[in-house]
Design a protein around this ligand. Structure first.
Ligand code: ATP
Ligand code: MG
Length: 360
């Protein structure tokens, strides 16, 4: 590489199930893209951390592993979860360990209907649904606070305490406003449940109103989370950027993925907006053991993920070319079975690489 070239160091962790298959497809496309573009290069380093290594060693991340990971500019992640490991062990052992260590407090999930694909919403098509959900990713309902007493007794009690800090809520809402500001419509919907939850959710509303003063060009509105589910189905065009708590956004983003047609297409970014640590990019789908090893996993979720990663690293032009190429492919009906097509993972990957050759 020439001296002026931008170099980005990427850690890849395929992990479980179809994770390694879709990451392999993503790396093929990214390598092609960097080669064609010529103004930047990507340095990949693979980490074979998975439920298999956990079963052998008792650890998902070996000693010193997080320090190694910290040296990279970004992390491209597949999926974690295996049939014989409890979900809370695998999730906390790998994915959440990374999110927590690297303060990836903002989780961002865009959703849209691709050209040539259809939504379960009758009449909704490309352009009718184009959202970004910003999810609080470090505290709230998933803070892990609480406990159980009187185990096994009829009077057993469990508490699950939500933690909302001014610091945590403010930084996330500010990030959501910045996200909305960069999109053409500059429109942010703040979702809470402040009619029923009168402490944390009311504080959330208050902080949103305060931060809004710093973004006079961004329009906002407020929704209760229950009403929000109806609005997403009945009036998808009325929404753009959405911000919500850890739990609420978790639920809303699964609904969003389903409305877009398949969970095989959407990405999620776990961001440290301070950029002191690497951020992590992953498709939203899980390890999908039912289709593992068959060569039929949809790689589009990982391609969109790769595009989001490139944009975060400052390679906006390449990011856009990648998405344009992916959508040119779906428009022509080259798609895996989950989208109603017949192509395999490699066929879709090759088609996207060929399309990239055309746009460069
Ligand atoms: P997890 O607990 O990790 O979320 P899961 O099994 O609950 O895993 P997924 O792995 O996301 O959820 O799979 C849900 C369904 O969607 C499965 O039937 C799977 O085959 C399908 N699916 C998921 N990802 C893809 C993909 N990339 N391509 C095609 N089908 C997929
Ligand atoms: Mg799941």
């Amino acid at each position: 590489p020439i001296a002026t070239q931008r170099v980005h160091s990427i850690a890849t962790i395929g992990a479980d199930g179809i994770g390694p298959e879709v990451i392999d497809a993503g790396v093929q496309v990214l390598k092609k893209l960097a080669e064609l573009d010529g103004t930047f290069s990507l340095d990949f380093q693979d980490y074979d951390w998975s439920s298999e290594t956990y079963k052998k060693t008792g650890q998902y991340i070996p000693d010193g592993g997080l320090e190694k990971l910290k040296k990279h500019d970004a992390i491209l992640f597949g999926a974690v979860g295996a049939p014989n490991v409890p979900d809370h062990i695998s999730l906390w052992g790998l994915r959440l360990a990374i999110c927590q260590t690297f303060q990836q407090y903002a989780n961002v999930r865009p959703t849209k209907i691709f050209r040539g694909t259809s939504s379960p919403l009758r009449k909704a098509e490309h352009g009718d649904l184009d959202w970004v959900i910003v999810r609080e990713n470090s505290e709230g309902e998933y803070a892990g606070q609480g406990g159980r007493s009187h185990r096994g007794q009829p009077w057993e009690t469990a508490t699950e305490v939500s933690i909302f800090t001014r610091h945590g809520v403010e930084r996330l809402i500010r990030f959501a406003f910045e996200t909305a500001q960069k999109r053409p419509r500059k429109f942010l919907t703040v979702v809470t449940k402040s009619n029923a939850q009168r402490n944390g959710m009311v504080m959330w509303d208050e902080i949103a109103a305060e931060v809004a003063k710093d973004f006079p060009d961004v329009k906002t509105d407020k929704m209760l989370v229950d009403a929000m589910t109806c609005r997403m189905v009945l009036d998808p065009k009325s929404l753009d950027t959405i911000v919500a708590t850890n739990l609420h956004a978790d639920i809303l983003s699964d609904l969003a993925a389903a409305l877009a047609g398949s969970i095989g297409i959407a990405p999620t970014s776990n961001l440290d907006p301070t950029r002191q640590n690497p951020s992590m990019f992953e498709p939203i789908h899980g390890s999908a053991f039912d289709i593992t090893g068959k060569g039929i996993a949809n790689p589009v979720g990982t391609f969109w993920t790769a595009s989001e990663m490139l944009a975060w690293l400052g390679e906006e032009q390449a990011a856009k070319k990648l998405m344009d190429s992916v959508e040119a492919i779906t428009e022509r009906g080259i798609a895996t079975r989950d989208l109603g097509g017949k192509a395999g993972t490699q066929e879709v990957t090759d088609a996207v690489c060929a399309e990239l050759e055309k746009v460069y």
